[in-house]
Ligand binder design. Structure first.
Ligand code: GLU
Length: 289
């Protein structure tokens, strides 16, 4: 049997949070249960949101929590040339198109269609620029108009159909590429998006089991599509439920009181934090500290 490889993949766009601790524990425990490895990956490609002090704090928090990871830490900002190669491949396969719409234009287009934003994926792109004529595209590109690159999910679906993936909690799932619009794979300000980088890196690191919060469940349709068109191995998925407060509201990053740093400075010990997490899980994910 293949060795189990899991990963914890935080984006250091704020201090680590008890929700991150849950995600890290899930990955570590699953690896340990199978005598496997748990890798650490820093998902820092969104450089507008990152600050070096958060990265430093993340390492300090992980150390304080006593969380161990195996092998080398992979840092996504060091891998842009690799993501660029994959984008070139996708473009040559005819699966990407430039999108010139701004965020507010997309918002207006979605509102006009009478649709609300999707809970986890936001404003699903209705494919406006997919319908531009080749001449219009050439003209806009030549004028230097800012653009993103989107994955044409219709073409992807023509190519791979609706492949399956397996979720350890939810069983076999059918991926429907066209379900959530055409996602951005490269942005105006940096040449990769979360969706592209996560798929490339899970494959590059040989990840066999992706553990992550259920808020990313829909994104798996996008990731499975990319794996299909790129011919990459398909890991098993395990989308776990998220921690909530007493009112049932999801704990968010901006909720500083639940940061590991604030618990540390308030005098909690590592054991107390881990016990609180265990207690929260027994209460169905309600965090009460
Ligand atoms: N970087 C993402 C986050 O911090 C997790 C991505 C993933 O596990 O696929 O929410």
């Amino acid at each position: 049997m293949r060795k189990v490889i899991t990963r914890f993949a935080p984006s250091p766009s704020g201090p680590l949070h008890v929700g991150h601790l849950l995600a890290a524990m899930q990955a570590r425990r699953l690896a340990d249960a199978h005598g496997g490895c748990c890798l650490l990956r820093v998902e820092d490609i969104d450089q507008r949101a990152q600050r070096p002090e958060y990265l430093q704090l993340m390492y300090e928090d992980l150390e304080w929590l006593g969380l161990r990871f195996d092998g080398e830490v992979l840092v996504q900002t060091q891998r842009f040339p690799l993501y660029q190669d994959v984008l070139t491949r996708l473009r040559e396969m005819g699966l990407l198109y430039p999108c010139f719409c701004t965020r507010s234009e997309i918002k207006a287009q979605v509102a006009e269609m009478g649709r609300a934003p999707h809970a986890s994926l936001g404003y699903l792109y209705p494919g406006t620029c997919r319908r531009l004529s080749p001449d219009a595209v050439a003209e806009k590109l030549a004028s230097g108009m800012p653009h993103t690159w989107r994955l044409d999910m219709r073409r992807a679906q023509d190519m791979i159909g609706c492949p399956a993936w397996h979720d350890l909690h939810r069983g076999t799932q059918r991926c429907v590429p066209t379900l959530y619009g055409d996602p951005v794979l490269a942005r105006k300000d940096f040449p990769a998006s979360y969706h592209l980088a996560v798929v490339v890196d899970d494959a590059a690191q040989g990840v066999t089991h992706v553990t992550r919060g259920e808020d990313l469940f829909e994104s798996t349709h996008i990731h499975r599509t990319l794996q299909g068109v790129l011919g990459l191995p398909v890991p098993l998925y395990c989308h776990h439920s998220l921690l909530r407060d007493n009112a049932g509201k999801r704990l968010a990053k901006r909720d500083g009181a639940r940061s590991i740093e604030s618990l540390r400075t308030a005098g909690y010990t590592r054991e107390a934090v881990l016990e609180s997490l265990q207690a929260a899980l027994q209460r169905g994910g309600i965090w009460q500290v």
